[in-house]
Ligand binder design. Structure first.
Ligand code: PMV
Length: 351
């Protein structure tokens, strides 16, 4: 058995895809490559402790607390995830310890913001730190974050992009050496400075549970008649976007971001059975943003996740110009006036 015990504490951010991952195969492998902004204000903090077990079983031994409360449903999901990592010999030592995990989000649980990316990436980082402490492995940061990203992917696909500052990509891309379907890759080195300080205000249109989960959404892509055209389109969009991100062309960036957002929702509307996650106020906001652009020529764009909320995308230098518009025209369309003023972030933090 092991003599070691330990306490590990990581904070890891959420992310918002610009080119969307929608459709998967095999063991959490993407049908197309994707890329996202790493967020700053929306994150999960995870405290993770491990103690050797006296009698070791085949099962994972875990106490899980979410925001201070024991959470059976979340705990079950995590046990399932950790059991698979142990059984597949990815982290075979996990069954030898009793684990205690305390997790909390920086954003309200019911805000309609997906927390799977931040929570799974935070957990993955804790697991890599545990491996590092026990075996002295993963000392090279590239290797450490790559393994964390690999583990995060198995927990929730898009989580594998949250490990990196500024932007993360996922999936094999010709223009990016080292990119893979198995893990996310860092992008900050080649992304133009204008995008390092980009704003991403999350406008809460509805906090309610989604009627169709993203798991079911990925599944429905398998019968979608436009699926193959979509995967090709995403690959082309990402290929173009890489050059745009290098050049700093914020208008060209915004055009692709909006095309990707509306395509994601078009895929939902063309699934069998078709479904709609946008709400009337999502559309009202989109029209106002487009009118504002026509009137002012300012680079204010939006994207959407798999839900009704809008992410407002704009360079920091126009923040003063857009603030009165957001305040007067968009916030009144938010549920209870709620929004999160977020921006591109600096990536995970270890305490
Ligand atoms: O990681 P998942 O399985 O929750 O899927 C996320 C899918 C989108 O958020 C809609 C797009 C993306 O690339 O993040």
């Amino acid at each position: 058995g092991y003599a070691f015990s330990g306490d590990i504490h990581w904070q890891s951010p959420s992310n918002i895809a610009i080119v969307k991952y929608w459709g998967k195969h095999g063991q959490q492998l993407p049908r197309n490559p994707s890329i996202s902004f790493t967020l700053q204000a929306a994150y999960t903090e995870t405290e993770f402790s491990y103690v050797p077990r006296e009698t070791t079983g085949e099962e994972i031994s875990l106490d899980f607390f979410f925001e201070g409360q024991a959470q059976a449903a979340f705990a079950q999901k995590i046990v399932k995830f950790l059991s698979a990592l142990a059984a597949e010999e990815i982290l075979p030592f996990l069954t030898q310890f009793h684990l205690t995990i305390h997790s909390a989000n920086s954003f309200p649980h019911s805000a309609g913001i997906a927390s799977s990316a931040s929570s799974m990436s935070a957990l993955a980082l804790c697991l890599c730190s545990m491996e590092q402490e026990l075996f002295g492995t993963l000392t090279d940061p590239v290797e450490f974050y790559r393994k964390a990203s690999f583990l995060a992917r198995l927990g929730s696909g898009s989580a594998c992009r949250s490990l990196y500052p500024v932007m993360g990509s996922w999936g094999k891309i010709e223009k990016q050496a080292g990119s893979s379907d198995l893990w996310g890759s860092p992008c900050a080195d080649w992304v133009h400075p204008v995008f390092h300080t980009f704003h991403d205000d999350i406008l809460i249109v509805s906090k309610g549970e989604k009627s169709v989960s993203s798991r079911a959404g990925h599944q429905l892509m398998e019968g979608n008649p436009y699926a193959n055209a979509r995967y090709q389109q995403a690959t082309n969009n990402l290929d173009q976007l890489v050059d745009i991100l290098k050049s700093g062309d914020v208008h060209a960036f915004g055009q692709i971001a909006e095309l990707e957002a509306l395509t994601l929702h078009a895929l939902m509307m063309s699934s069998q059975p078709p479904y709609l996650l946008m709400k009337p106020n999502s559309l009202a906001m989109i029209e106002k943003i487009r009118q504002y652009r026509l009137d002012t020529q300012q680079p204010l764009y939006f994207t959407l996740d798999a839900g009704p909320n809008l992410h407002l995308l704009y360079p920091a230098e126009i923040a003063g110009h857009v603030a009165p518009f957001i305040q007067a025209e968009l916030l009144p369309l938010c549920e209870e006036g709620k929004y999160i003023a977020d921006r591109v972030g600096t990536g995970p933090v270890k305490f």
